[in-house]
Structure formats: structure tokens, C-alpha cells
Design a protein around this ligand. Structure first.
Ligand code: F6R
Length: 612
């Protein structure tokens, strides 16, 4: 998704802004640009990677080191192709105002026509350009920068995180948010504003989270926040408790590989202080549920998108199995528009790594609007979902930079396990069963290590199948969502078409695809339905399909049916997804690397999807 950085201080703005943009690269983008301000406004924009922008800047005869104010942007195209022209910042017709924008302006077409009639020259295909003209128009009309921005914002429909500078006000930056995150970093004599804290932490840990429908007027050593009615709003300054070191690659070739290998630690961090052996339950104080709430909850609705939706599906199996509460799982994008039937006895839990996904946030708001309690499961402290939920659980997985989610997924599954046991112990689960389960959960992080130790074998398997055009992933019960996740991971980073299915569904259609060119990944653990999965494997074998099996350690039979086997320690079937997903993450990673794909920033994908 697009990234924003703005700086006002005493340092050379260019280097702060370029560094900031590089911290946001992981979010995905196709062009970048910068606007620098003193008594003139200098703008440079380039299609492609930030290095192209840097090359262009370095090739100039102009001395940029004197600029101490500026804004910059990485664009991920929505309206108009990726090009130098469509890149941000956008500049108003007279060259006075420059704007960077994340989000989508839904009424841009009407505004475009109106502005054209007023004589503004529209030069790009973007929805964002009109913001610059609109602000110029109202700043001139009211002869005041802040008032002009306020009035312009009234005319915009849609979502925005914007940062604006004006040539007539060289010591100010104005920013506004509605649906697209903005964080203000407050340093000594300098302020940096960004769409993501990773662009800020090198300069300061003191931040202010700008909320929707808020505007902030920024100068070098002061700022003032307002609501859209121009009323001043006092905001708390909060501390960020991680630093730039935490998000380096630490010797790994890619962030994704580092994050896969971090899962022993990240899952440990997710459960730290939350597993209570003595009482056989989990401590999740953030849920903010009173004892009487538990008896009132008759249904839980889990809502998410993408990988987080897969962890929700696993949550459904876990909560129904342990807590015996009916669970529905919804795609956020569908839930928000279907006029969902909700009652007071429902509990909604939204799951989002970033805490900013537009559909998930809209689903949260829809559920709250209908008077239902909403909990959020997210990795990002202070994210919009975290702040708008009635309670929730942080993943504490650490920053996830690779666009394809890996460690956030295993931490989400861990949170689902802890939520399931938390509810179960309030209902029918005995102390002893709770204690046995907690003991098993505590062993999981170390068992992830044994899965990581299979990386060499998986690399060999990847070498054999790296040129396949299609893959099928099959699993049953709680392994079905793992099959979906394995398929999603492969398709998003290697661009190989992959599908996940419940294994028994194979005979209802996908079996038609099977021939010697189709690798099929089976998650075939030794459990009560093992025999059924083995039958499905035989059906694939009979048709020449190649089988990669994820099987239980000690299963001597499985190699009779599979071409390759990766063994998983013998754990409780309900807890096993946190292990079985690891070889699937590694398989996708190695295949993508062998195919020369950009693993950390796959084409067309963004880390945080803040548009519909
Ligand atoms: C896949 C992936 C996406 C996200 C989805 C939801 O690897 O990362 O499918 O899971 O966009 O994002 P969050 O969890 O941030 O709401």
C-alpha cells in the first residue's frame, strides 16, 4: 500500500524522507516522489523503485541539502497507471501546494470537472491530484492555510491520509486522516509524520496516533491537533517499544525467511505471561470481558481477510471443539455489505495483522454500529482496529515486513488457541483438561524449531517442483485452513496457481486436474481420519499425481503413498496447524526464490490493504 513520510526540522529533509520511504518499501509500491520546501517548492517523482528517485536526485546540479521541510510518498497504483506523472506528490496548478495522499477519493470525478471549470489544469489520471487543486482554491479563498485545508476536506468523499505543504507557508506541514493511518513522531526541534511507525523510530520513540477525522497543523517544535469541526483535540504522546534493529534482515536473504525462522520466538512472545498452568487457562485481560459476559455469549463471529481469515477458520475449529460455542467465520469484505444478523448474545472478533485493513475495519464498525461487542486481534499496537475495538489481544509477534504473512499467522493461531481455552475453562472444560492442554501448548514453540530443521529437505523438494504451473493443497478438519494458507502463500509469492481444498472435496471436481504434472501437498497426520486421507492419496497416485505429504513422525506407512514426506512431531491434532504450516511457508519461499521472484514485495500486493 502507499506510504507517506513528511519532515520538518533542522536536518536535511531529503535524506530523512528517502530513508523513511525505504522503511515503507515492504508495503509494496510502483513509484515514488518527494517535494521539498523553502521559499520555493521542488518536486521530483519517478516510476519504479526508490533507487530510481535517488538516481534522479543525485544527478541534479541543485543543492538539496538546505531543504529542511518536505513530504514524500511511495505510490501503489489505483487510479491511473504507474508513471512519473501519476506518482505523488501532486502539485496544484499554480505550483503553490503539494500533497501526498493514501486512500481513495470516491467523488474525484465530480470534483475534477468542477475544478476544471474553475480553470485548474488536471494533468494526471489520479484521484489524488484534485486534492492539491482543491486545497489551493480554498487556501486562496480564505487566505489561510489551515482554514483552506479544513474546507477542502469537507468536499472530499472517501478515505484519506494526506500530508500537505504550501509554498506560501514554508514552515508548516498540515496532515489529515480519514481511514488511512498517520502517526506523528515528536522529536527535539523536529517532527516526522508517516503512515507507518517504521519510518519514524530512527528519530524518535514518542508518537501520537492521529485518528480518523482529525487534522494536525505541524511546525518544527510544535503541533496542534483538531477535529474536522476545527475544535482543538489533545492527544496523548505514546512510546514505541521497538527499534529499527528489530526490523533488519539479520543476515537472512529476505525478511520472509527471517520471519519464518523467527516463529519459535514470536510464538513464545505471543504466549508470554498468558499461559496459567495452575488454573489450566490463559490470561487475556485485554478482552475486557466481565464474568457474566461469558454466559451471555451464545455465538462468536470471527471476521478477517486473507491469511488472517485462515487463522479465523482454525479459530472456529478450536473454539467449537474446546469451548463448545458455535462460531461463524466471515470474510470482512462480505460481512460489511450483507446487513449481517447480529444479536446481543453475539461476540465479534476481528483478526488483522496490520490492524488497518479497510474491509476488516469497516466490518468492525458495522458490528459496533449494531450494538455488538467487538474484540480485535492485531499485531500493531495503536493501530486503528486496536483502538476502535472494545478489547482484544495483541500478537506481540514483532514487526512483520515481508508482504506474505508468516509469523503473524502462527501468532494468530496461538491467540485462537488461547481464546479457545479461555472460553472453554469458563464453560465445561475441567481444571485437569485445562492443565493438560496448557502443558501441550507450552511445548509448541520448541516444536516449531523441529519444523524449521526440515528446511534443507524442503529446499530439495522445491528444486524438483519449482517449474510446476499448478499445485493442489489438501487437508481435513483443522488442517483444511492450513491447506488454504499453503496455497495462498505459494500463489502470492511464486505466482504459481495453487488451490486449497478439504481433501474429501477432491473427488467433487479438482480430481479432474490430476496428472503427472500436478504436485499435490497432503497434510496427512495420524488422527481419526487418517485412513480417509490415505484413500485420497491413493486416488491421486492412481492418476500419476505427485504427492508431498506432511505426516506424523513415526508414520512408517506414509512413504508407500507419497513421493516426499516431511514429518511433524506427534502433537495434539487441534494444536498441530501451528507446526504443519511451517513447511508450507518454507516450500513457497524456496520455490519463489528459485523462480527469481521478489519474495518480500510480490507484484501487485501490499502489506496493508487500506483501500477496498
Ligand atoms: C497474505 C497476506 C494477506 C493478509 C490480508 C489481511 O500473506 O498477508 O492475505 O493476511 O491482506 O491483512 P491483515 O491481517 O493485516 O488484516
Amino acid at each position: 500500500m502507499c506510504g507517506i513520510v513528511g519532515y520538518i526540522g533542522t536536518k536535511a529533509a531529503t535524506s530523512v524522507l528517502l530513508k523513511g520511504l525505504k522503511c515503507l518499501e515492504y508495503r509494496g509500491y510502483d513509484s515514488s516522489g518527494i517535494a521539498l520546501l523553502n521559499d520555493s517548492l521542488f518536486v521530483c517523482k519517478k516510476k519504479g523503485k526508490i533507487i530510481e528517485l535517488e538516481k534522479e536526485l543525485n544527478g541534479l546540479s541543485k543543492d538539496l541539502s538546505t531543504y529542511t521541510v518536505g513530504i514524500a510518498h511511495t505510490r501503489w497504483a489505483t487510479h491511473g497507471e504507474p508513471s512519473d506523472l501519476n506518482a505523488h506528490p501532486h502539485v496544484s496548478s499554480s505550483g503553490k501546494i503539494a500533497v501526498v495522499h493514501n486512500g481513495i477519493i470516491e467523488n474525484f470525478q465530480i470534483l475534477r470537472e468542477k475544478l476544471a471549470l474553475k480553470g485548474f489544469k488536471i494533468t494526471t489520471q489520479t484521484d489524488s491530484e484534485i486534492i492539491a487543486h482543491l486545497i489551493e482554491y480554498y487556501v486562496d479563498k480564505y487566505n489561510d492555510f489551515l482554514t483552506g485545508v479544513f474546507v477542502a476536506l469537507e468536499k472530499l468523499e472517501g478515505t484519506y491520509g494526506i500530508v500537505v505543504v504550501s509554498r506560501d507557508y514554508p514552515d508548516r506541514i498540515i496532515a489529515a486522516r480519514n481511514g488511512s493511518p498517520l502517526i506523528l513522531g515528536v522529536g527535539e526541534g523536529e517532527i516526522i509524520i508517516a503512515s507507518d511507525a517504521s519510518a519514524i523510530v530512527e528519530y524518535t520513540r514518542k508518537v501520537i496516533y492521529i485518528d480518523d477525522r482529525e487534522v494536525v497543523d505541524i511546525q518544527r517544535d510544535s503541533y496542534q491537533t483538531y477535529d474536522l469541526l476545527q475544535k482543538q483535540v489533545e492527544k496523548p504522546v505514546e512510546d514505541i517499544d521497538w527499534d529499527i534493529e528489530t526490523i533488519g534482515k539479520k543476515g537472512y536473504d529476505h525478511f520472509m525467511l527471517k520471519e519464518i525462522f523467527e516463529q519459535v520466538e514470536s510464538v513464545k512472545n505471543t504466549c508470554r505471561g498468558r499461559l496459567l498452568t495452575e488454573t489450566g487457562t490463559s490470561r487475556l485481560d485485554g478482552l475486557n470481558l466481565k464474568p457474566e459476559d461469558f454466559s451471555e455469549i451464545k455465538r462468536i463471529i470471527l471476521i478477517a481477510c486473507g491469511t488472517s481469515w485462515h487463522s479465523a477458520l482454525i479459530g472456529e475449529y478450536l473454539i467449537e471443539e474446546y469451548a463448545r460455542i458455535p462460531v461463524d467465520v466471515e470474510y470482512a469484505s462480505e460481512f460489511r455489505y450483507k446487513n449481517p444478523i447480529l444479536t446481543k448474545s453475539d461476540l465479534v472478533i476481528v483478526i488483522s495483522q496490520s490492524g488497518e485493513t479497510a474491509d476488516t475495519l469497516a466490518a468492525l464498525r458495522e458490528a459496533k454500529q449494531k450494538g455488538v461487542k467487538v474484540l480485535g486481534v492485531t499485531n500493531i499496537v495503536g493501530s486503528t482496529i486496536a483502538r476502535e475495538s472494545d478489547g482484544g489481544v495483541y500478537l506481540h509477534a514483532g514487526p512483520e515486513i515481508g508482504v506474505a504473512s508468516t509469523k503473524a499467522f502462527s501468532s494468530q493461531v496461538m491467540v485462537m488457541i488461547m481464546i479457545a481455552i479461555h472460553f472453554a475453562r469458563r464453560k465445561d472444560m475441567s481444571l485437569e483438561s485445562g492443565q493438560v492442554l496448557i502443558e501441550k501448548i507450552e511445548k509448541l514453540p520448541q516444536l516449531i524449531q523441529s519444523m524449521l530443521d526440515t528446511a534443507g529437505d524442503i529446499k530439495n523438494i522445491a528444486e524438483i517442483y519449482k517449474n510446476a504451473s499448478n499445485f493442489l493443497y489438501l487437508g481435513r478438519g483443522v488442517q483444511f485452513p492450513v491447506a488454504l494458507e499453503g496455497a495462498l502463500k505459494l500463489k502470492e509469492i511464486s505466482y504459481i496457481h495453487a488451490e486449497g481444498y478439504p481433501a474429501a472435496e477432491m473427488k467433487h471436481g479438482p480430481i479432474a486436474l490430476i496428472d503427472e504434472n500436478l504436485p499435490v501437498v497432503f497434510i496427512a497426520l495420524k488422527d481419526s481420519i487418517y485412513g480417509k486421507i490415505v484413500s485420497n492419496m491413493q486416488e491421486v497416485r492412481a492418476r500419476g499425481g505427485k504427492i508431498i505429504a506432511i505426516a506424523t513422525e513415526g508414520d512408517n506407512e506414509i512413504s508407500n503413498y507419497a513421493d516426499h514426506v516431511i514429518f511433524v512431531p506427534d502433537v495434539d491434532r487441534m494444536l498441530s496447524p501451528i507446526l504443519t504450516v511451517v513447511p508450507l511457508q518454507l516450500l513457497s519461499y524456496y520455490i519463489a526464490v528459485m523462480r527469481g521472484c521478489n519474495v518480500d514485495q510480490p507484484r501487485n500486493l501490499a502489506k496493508s490493504v487500506t483501500v477496498e
